[in-house]
Ligand binder design. Structure first.
Ligand SMILES: C[S@@+](CC[C@H](N)C(=O)[O-])C[C@H]1O[C@@H](n2cnc3c(N)ncnc32)[C@H](O)[C@@H]1O
Length: 256
């Protein structure tokens, strides 16, 4: 591990359980993240949302900014989005490492909370830069994030490495700057409400989110429940899943 607390290199991909994701999403308060994304993408005419999932953020962007093509590898995630009757959203099967769109096919490409699930996050960022004419937006966990702390506790139970959002953000910035993007970053607050079953239920959902089917998932739940309860109490009934948002803009397209 580096002195920043992040692993030295990418050890992923992490896995995500769509059923646990469906249980977690109603607890996420994405209002500030949506406002930040709308602000970052204002003025673009088309968006690729790579790893758009069930469209938690996509729907707001399609309604408020521009038509969105979602590139998503999971059939279970796409099935939710396919049920949304929204003319400005198109959904295609595909992966961030090889986005099924041509060079400069869209004004803006985004990947929010996705890079840790890819086989090759550096290649994924190169792909975002390839398909985007003017802007690339990436969100990963901020340095202080309760859900990452819970993940790291679970990983410790399983003897696995800790999460590496800081590593991903640093590499993503490098790739974008190499390609001539000017990159700005900001922290985006995302509170996570407690479900009706409180810390016990949240510990169970979070353990399944990344470790569904793992033989130690029960031990992970037991290991994190106390920590979640304490943080919920300290946080006025909410955890924090704050993100760091990178906005890369090609200089020739920056507003004056
Ligand atoms: C935590 S969800 C985030 C969904 C959405 N971007 C959001 O912020 O609400 C991660 C998504 O990345 C998708 N994913 C996993 N591997 C991927 C890959 N190699 N390329 C693109 N997306 C991937 C998952 O299926 C899932 O929908």
């Amino acid at each position: 591990m580096s002195e920043t607390g992040w692993p030295e290199r990418f050890w992923g991909p992490e896995t995500l359980d769509p059923a646990a994701w469906a249980e977690l999403t109603p607890l996420l308060d994405t209002r500030e993240e949506i406002e930040a994304l709308v602000g970052a993408l204002v003025g673009v005419a088309s968006i690729a949302d790579v790893g758009g999932g069930t469209g938690l953020l996509t729907r707001a962007l399609a309604a408020r900014v521009a038509p969105v093509v979602v590139v998503e590898p999971s059939a279970a995630q796409r099935a939710v989005l396919d049920g949304v009757r929204e003319a400005r959203i198109r959904c295609v099967a595909g992966r961030a490492e090889r986005v099924p769109l041509g060079e400069g096919a869209v004004d803006a490409a985004m990947a929010t909370w996705v890079l840790q699930y890819t086989e090759d996050p550096v290649q994924a960022v190169r792909e975002l830069a390839r398909v985007a004419r003017t802007r690339v937006v990436i969100v990963q966990a901020a340095a202080r994030n309760d859900l990452v702390d819970v993940y790291n506790e679970e990983a410790q139970v399983a003897g696995l490495a800790c999460a590496h959002h800081g590593w991903l953000l640093a590499r993503a910035r490098e790739v974008l700057e190499e390609r001539g993007f000017a990159v700005e970053s900001s922290v985006v607050p995302t509170p996570v409400a407690a479900p009706p079953g409180g810390a016990a239920q949240l510990a169970e959902v979070l353990a399944r989110l990344h470790f569904a089917g793992h033989p130690e998932v029960g031990e992970m739940r037991r290991a994190t429940e106390g920590m979640i309860a304490a943080r919920l109490a300290a946080g006025g009934g909410a955890l924090r899943d704050d993100g760091e948002m990178l906005v890369g803009t090609r200089p020739s397209t920056r507003p004056r």
